[in-house]
Design a protein around this ligand. Sequence first.
Ligand code: PBE
Length: 268
Amino acid sequence: LPLEGQTITVASKGFTEQYILADLLRRTLEAQGARVRVREGLGTTVAFDALAADSVDIYVDYTGTVWASLMNEEEPAQRADMYAQVSAWLLAEHGVLSAGKLGFENAYAFATSPETARTHDLETIGDLSGAPLSIASDPEFFGRPEWTRTRDAYGLESLSPRSMDSAFMYDAVRRGEVGLITAYTTDGRIDAFELVLLEDTRSVLPPYDAFMLIGPEARTNTALLNVLGALEGKISTELMRKANSRVDLERQSSAQAGAWLYEQIFPA
Ligand code: PBE
C-alpha cells in the first residue's frame, strides 16, 4: 500500500462538519496503509499554525476564511479566482500546499426564524439596520473581519453579539432565544427548522469553498498527495449537508457519518 509505514496527523476545527471530514481523511489514509493521528476541535488559527509548523500534516479550511482571517483581504474576490489567489498566498507565505477543493461551499449566512423575519420585516441583511436584536455566532466570528465588515457595511450597530458554540445556535434562534445567528450553509438544520436566510445584497461576505491544506513537509510526500487527490471535487454541498444532518439531526456520531460519507465516495 502506498502509505505503508507512514504516520500522518490530521486536524479538525471544532464543529460537526470538521469532525466528519477529519474522520473521512483518517479512513482514506488508513485504507492506503497509513497510521493516522487526529487532533480535533482546534480554532482556525491554532489549526493553521500547527499545519505551518508541521505538527499537523493536513486539515480542511475554507477559501473565505483564509482570505479574511489569514490574508486580511478586504474586498472578496470572485468565487472562481479566490481559490487560485488563496493557494498562491499560502504557498508563498507559509509553504502550505492547497491540495484541491472538496466540491462544496460552507458559507456564513445571517439566519433568523420565520416569526422574527415577519415581526421585523427582514429579507436582506440591510433590513437589520436599527433592529434591536441579539445575534449569536461561533466564538471566532465576532473577532473576524467578516463581522466588522458586514456590521460597518450595513450599519448593524443595533445588534448585540453573543458568542455561542455553533452546535447550539440553531435551536436558540428557532426558539427565539436569540434574534439571529450566522448559520453555516451546509447545516441541515437551516431547512429542518425552516430558518430564513437574509440576502447579502452587497456581497460583503466572501465565498467559502472547502479545500485541503497540506503542511510544508507533508507537501513533498507525493504518495500522500496522490491518495488525497481521490477526494478532490467528490463532496457536493448536498452530500456534505446530508452527512452533517446525520450528526446534528439524526444523532449519529461523527465517525458514523464519516463512514457513511466514505462509502458514498468510495463505494465498496
Ligand atoms: N465557515 C462557516 C466557518 C465556519 C462555518 C466555513 C466560514 C469556518 O470554519 O471558517
